[in-house]
Design a protein around this ligand. Structure first.
Ligand code: FAD
Ligand code: DLZ
Ligand code: SF4
Length: 512
């Protein structure tokens, strides 16, 4: 039968509701899914991330085929594979001669640019998996002096009706319970068990393939437990709501050695490839609160991340890209230290987060922001290198969400578009929110001397380097004032301590 429409679905669009499939005719149309080296290597992805995407693609194709849909599935090891998305679309068009080609807008500017050249007349449909469309965000942003999450979030609450009273007021009388969500985790707290899915035959075949094709790639393949189908992701959501959501609010910012997940959802890898729907997740969380199963600060905190931050950063990305990809407001130039890959450092906080990242392709938000992100900010690592690292190492990383979080929130390289201030912190913050410092070779209470925590002198050095820029920011004025009031001898000692640490770091960096 001749092909009416070729429908191209990318590896992070694995939803039967995806726009490209909305008017699918199973008898006349063909759905194209292509495993290609181009997408597996544009950054040195964690091997678990590659395995997740390829396994989920294979499962999605099986689901469509079981419904009678004609699927053209190109495997990575197919000898005819051109190994690029563009090449596979062109090859399918040449062989199937479809009357039209339809796809859904991608999550990365890089792919959007290429997509337009795939074939003439290609129809690129808006991605309706988000609550706020790109056009709506643009309208919301137009004319605003600054874009602030809090106001955007309130709009999303009103639009979705989530956690709203029938009178249109926020449940609990407040929009935001964040001040309640910064508790230190007591040492004896019991951590809920982790959830994971045992790999099936399809996933095991993909793991073998990835092991063979990427023998020296970053990250462990052992212990792969990600959900790879919509049904498995739904189980992961149910498990989160039952076991971890009740503590999510209180201990959202806490970190503990050898405990990667704590009270977090670990849903972003499945969510970002289409196995879960953001609004459905939030409705399930709201229902748990209405049923009295979880406190309001937990439900609100979680919903804010999904309908607030997640939608907000996507809006910022598409509003500001491609210029956003080059922003470097603090003129940071340093190369990425090797310990971001090897975990070979005496700094226990970084060693913990990088070791966990290598093993799990996952770290929770505060680990990303206040440990590896904070170090990158304080040490002045170049945003391009830091971006590439975050885009590579996490199973949930796609540029639309990774870049505003990294370049914007963590590095302040956008000068304050995503966040209203740099999230710079000394060792005291890490000590308050974790048990890392107790196991560290450095002393978190010291700022000067051979055993002093590097974060302390780096923090003051950062404030000193950027004092002129930061003093105009009401949220940074206090540390700048404290720095300026500090005794000149102490200032000099702190800056010398930071300079010595950074020069040692530079000597350990590969040249060029
Ligand atoms: P939870 O803490 O349980 O939160 C629930 C959900 O809220 C997440 O699944 C996620 O979908 C959403 N969410 C929470 N915070 C954010 C946020 N700041 N931006 C967008 N969504 C959010 N998230 C990604 O999905 N992909 C990335 O590549 C990514 N890179 C990041 C890089 C840096 C430097 C930082 C600071 C944050 C980054 N984040 C990224 C945001 C956040 O860290 C992850 O979404 C979160 O850790 C995912 O784990 P979880 O599902 O357990 O989330
Ligand atoms: C991340 C990824 C990987 C590792 N492999 C593929 C692939 O083989 N085929 C595919 O269609 N998509 C893959 N992806 C996801 C794409 O990189 C993603 O769709 C773009 O980055 C746009 O967000
Ligand atoms: Fe990190 Fe400093 Fe604490 Fe060591 S003492 S774990 S380097 S914050």
């Amino acid at each position: 039968m001749p092909t009416e429409t070729l429908r191209v679905v990318l590896g992070d669009q694995l939803s039967e509701q995806i726009a490209a499939l909305s008017d699918l005719n199973p008898e006349r149309d063909v759905v194209l899914l292509a495993e290609v080296m181009g997408e597996c290597t544009y950054v040195p992805h964690h091997r678990k991330k590659i395995a997740l995407v390829l396994s989920a693609m294979r499962h999605f194709a099986q689901t469509l085929q079981a419904r009678g849909v004609r699927v053209r599935y190109v495997r990575l090891d197919d000898p005819a594979n051109t190994q690029t998305l563009a090449g596979e679309v062109k090859r399918a068009v040449a062989e199937l001669k479809p009357a039209q080609v339809v796809t859904t807008e991608p999550g990365e500017w890089r792919v959007q640019q290429s997509m337009r050249t795939w074939t003439s007349g290609i129809e690129i449909r808006p991605d309706r998996r988000f609550i706020c469309s790109i056009a709506d965000f643009r309208r919301w942003a137009t004319g605003r002096a600054s874009l602030r999450l809090e106001f955007f979030y309130r709009e999303m609450r009103r639009r979705t009706g989530l956690l709203m009273t029938t009178d249109g007021e926020p449940e609990g009388g407040r929009w935001n319970f964040d001040p309640e969500n910064r508790k230190r985790l007591p040492a004896r707290s019991v951590i809920p068990p982790r959830f994971g899915i045992e790999p099936d035959a399809t996933t095991r075949a993909v793991l073998d393939l990835v092991r063979a094709r990427f023998p020296n790639g970053f990250g462990d393949l052992d212990g792969f437990r990600f959900p790879v189908t919509a049904a498995e992701a739904a189980q992961a959501l149910t498990d989160f709501i039952a076991h971890r959501l009740p503590g999510f609010g209180d201990w959202q910012d806490a970190m503990r050695r050898d405990e990667p997940v704590l009270f977090h959802a670990l849903l972003s890898p499945a969510l970002n490839i289409g196995l879960l729907d953001p609004l459905e997740i939030c409705k399930a969380v709201e229902a748990a609160w209405r049923a009295g199963q979880v406190p309001l600060n937990a439900a609100e905190g979680f919903i804010r991340q999904v309908i607030g931050w997640r939608e907000f950063v996507r809006g910022v990305y598409w509003l500001r890209v491609p210029r956003y990809r080059k922003l470097n407001a603090l003129n940071a130039t340093r190369s990425l230290p090797d310990f971001y890959w090897s975990a070979d450092t005496k700094m226990e906080c970084i060693r913990q987060v990088v070791t966990q990242t290598r093993r799990e392709a996952y770290a929770h938000h505060i680990q990303r922001l206040m440990v590896t992100g904070n170090f990158a900010l304080l040490a002045g690592l170049h945003p391009d290198a830091v971006d590439e690292w975050y885009l590579s190492v996490y199973a949930d990383a796609y540029e639309w969400v990774e870049m505003p979080n990294t370049r914007g929130m963590a590095l302040f390289a956008d000068g304050g578009v995503v966040g209203s201030k740099p999230y710079a912190a000394s060792g005291a913050y890490i000590n308050r929110m974790s048990d890392y410092c107790g196991a560290c070779a450095y002393d978190v209470t010291q700022s000067i001397g051979p055993g002093a925590c590097p974060f302390n002198a780096l923090y003051w050095d950062f404030i000193a380097r950027h004092a002129d820029l930061l003093e105009g920011n009401p949220r940074m004025a206090m540390p700048v004032r404290s720095w300026r009031k500090m005794d000149a001898g102490r200032q000099a000692a702190l800056r010398a301590q930071a300079a010595s640490f950074l020069s040692e770091l530079d000597m350990s960096l590969p040249s060029g």
